[in-house]
Write a protein that binds this ligand. Structure first.
Ligand code: AGP
Length: 616
């Protein structure tokens, strides 16, 4: 999760404001950092791979001290290694336009090609540098108005971004603007100037009255004023919000718990996991490494997924995706069982390890056994340098950023997106999916982020909190799902039990009559997943069976009849079968969070649990 800051002060030295602002954003995770200011009438930049302390060593020479306008950035590398050259800020060829950016320019390759064809030379691998050149290219026609030039440049951009742009024109006039489309961005006016940041925490030292930009808006900052305009360039008047957070919230980005912050980061995780991998034009998916090329994938006859806990549930979703989209059989095993089981030969099998940490002892042991059995190994993982990634033949990084809460949420969603991309690539390589079919599935993936954002809207979250408050004293819950949502029933139950300590069991809905229905009573009901799919009429009868025995039913899904039947309905956006697990799991994550909150549990560090189980 990158972070951006900026300031335009009446006087004094802007560097301390920028560096302290970046320090307040450290919770977002980063592996390079940089600042840019205007000194002696020119833009000066210092940026380093590494930590803020490394940057401070470079700033110690005082060359950038005493300026009153600047921008800063902390970067979590997704595409383009964490190097000095790839660190932000990035400038245009003249060095007069400087940009910092959090997010993704999805059409950066086309824009880069256009700019190169027009003679632009690039100095980094980043999509951000494209923005710097684009803004510079529009300055003249915008009459030197930076906000206008930025709006015109952004009209060409497809993506997801929070941007700050600094410009020093030939006359020495300085301008500072920022824009939002997706990732959060806020501005505030203090006694000594105006400030911008990805997160209000970085502004709090200057003011507690903060304006949050909405999508499509641009803010123009001067030392004495902030002017907001909307997508059409019209002036926007908006009341500042008074922020009560204090410094120790810094690590959690103002959220009460890491888990809640990480649930809210999921739209950004989806965008980052997809970035650079969805090739809409070719109707294909681009994964790093020749292992994911057509030839190697055509020789795969079976997949063996090995994982634990939440990662195993992602593996079960992968099973439905790969079998349904690529037509290859997939076995999924608890790593702790596989490692001790007598396993027949693994002819033409690829083992896929799924893990947030990449250090789970059972998963590593199972993968080593699979390799001994003759399997090649693929890692779907969040930790780039982890043991699992290093020992695999190929890997798909889920780009979820650091996940601190013990209960895994955003990494789970990242794992499913990675599994989806892998299934599409596998299906395309084997000819079970046409380019058009993949294009259609990638279209659904493009809608996913907005659908998850809708589920995280304030009023939706408050509805789930009310539901959790009402049901927090239940004796327990059955979570029921069918097909690709059966793993989500398992995951919903795991989330609830691991942070609220309530009894919860996930079951295939069809299994209810084979035993679990005996448990149903007024204080042990069911949470039922009901997407509109081929078996939804069976789900309706499951709901009727639970209600007939006095059990309360919460229904999460899209089917109107099921939602109508339930005591509590949580409707989710329609997205199609293959990605419905992600939309169904988000309400379950929030439900579990608020039940645990109501029960006063230690949500980020539940009793008896570790974030990564590196021992047996
Ligand atoms: C998830 O909420 C749990 N904390 C736990 O089940 C976890 O998924 C499991 O320990 C596997 O961890 P890994 O993804 O790091 O391998």
């Amino acid at each position: 999760m990158c972070g951006i800051v900026g300031a335009y002060q009446r006087g004094g030295d802007v560097l301390p404001s920028l560096v302290e602002g970046l320090r307040m954003l450290e919770y977002r995770g980063y592996d390079s950092v940089g600042v840019g200011v205007i000194v002696d009438g020119a833009i000066a930049v210092r940026r380093r791979a590494g930590r803020i302390a490394d940057l401070e060593k470079v700033l110690a020479d005082g060359a950038l001290a005493g300026c009153r306008i600047g921008i800063g950035h902390s970067r979590w590398a997704t595409h383009g290694a964490p190097t000095d050259a790839n660190a932000h800020p990035h400038s245009d060829a003249s060095g007069r336009v400087l940009v910092v950016h959090n997010g993704i320019i999805e059409n950066d390759k086309d824009l880069r090609a256009e700019l190169e064809a027009a003679g632009t030379t690039f100095t980094s691998e980043t999509d951000t540098e494209v923005l710097a050149h684009l803004v510079a290219a529009h300055l003249a026609e915008a009459g030197g108005d930076l906000a206008k030039a930025l709006r015109r440049a952004l009209a060409k951009v497809r993506g997801y971004y929070a941007i700050a742009v600094l410009h020093q024109d030939a006359s020495g006039e300085a301008q500072l603007v920022c824009a939002r489309e997706g990732p959060p961005l806020c501005v505030g006016a203090g006694t000594d100037g105006t400030y911008l940041a990805s997160d209000s925490l970085a502004i709090l030292p200057h003011t507690r009255d903060v304006l949050f930009l909405e999508d499509g808006e641009i803010a123009v900052l001067t030392p004495d004023s902030i002017r907001l305009t909307n997508r059409e360039g019209e002036e926007v008047e908006r009341e500042a919000q008074h922020i009560d957070w204090d410094a120790e919230d810094a690590d959690r980005g103002g959220f009460e718990h890491f888990m809640l912050k990480e649930i809210h980061e999921q739209p950004e995780v989806i965008a980052r996991c997809v970035q650079g991998r969805a090739d809409l034009e070719a109707g294909d998916v681009r994964l790093d490494g020749e292992f994911f090329g057509d030839e190697r994938l055509r020789s795969v006859e079976r997949l063996e997924v090995l994982a634990c806990g939440t990662a195993l549930h992602a593996g079960l979703v992968l099973k439905y995706l790969v079998e349904g989209l690529a037509g290859i059989p997939v076995d999924v095993d608890f790593a702790s069982e596989y490692r001790y089981r007598r396993v027949p030969s693994a002819r033409a099998t690829v083992a896929i390890g799924i893990s947030q940490s990449g250090e789970t002892a059972d998963t590593l042991a199972a993968l080593r056994k699979a390799r001994d059995q003759g399997c090649d190994l693929i890692a779907i993982c969040n930790a780039q340098g982890s043991t699992m990634v290093r020992e695999a033949d190929a890997s798909i990084l889920i780009q979820a950023g650091p996940e601190i809460g013990v209960a895994s949420t955003k990494a789970f969603v990242g794992m499913i997106v990675a599994a989806y991309l892998f299934a599409l690539r596998l299906g395309r390589a084997r000819g079970s999916l046409s380019g058009e079919a993949v294009r259609e599935r990638l279209g659904e993936l493009q809608r996913l982020r907005g659908a998850v954002e809708a589920l995280l809207a304030k009023e939706r979250v408050e509805g789930l909190r009310d539901l959790a408050d009402r049901l927090a004293d239940q004796k327990g819950f059955l979570f029921l799902g069918r097909g690709i949502n059966y793993p989500i029933a398992l995951e919903g139950a795991l989330k609830l039990k691991e942070i609220s300590y309530l009894h919860a069991e996930g079951y295939p809905a069809g299994e209810m009559k084979h035993g679990p229905i005996a448990m149903i009573e007024p204080d042990l009901g069911a949470v039922v997943l009901a997407p509109m799919d081929g078996v939804v009429d069976k789900v309706r009868s499951n709901i009727e069976q639970v209600k007939a025995r006095g059990g309360p039913v919460v229904c999460v899904g899209t089917d109107p009849a099921c939602l109508e039947l339930a005591d509590d309905a949580v409707e989710v956006p329609e997205i199609g079968e293959w990605l419905s697990p992600i939309l169904n799991v988000v309400p379950l994550q929030l439900f579990s969070y608020y039940v645990a909150l109501r029960r006063g549990c230690d949500i980020d560090k539940p009793r008896n649990l570790a974030k990564s189980v590196t021992v047996e």
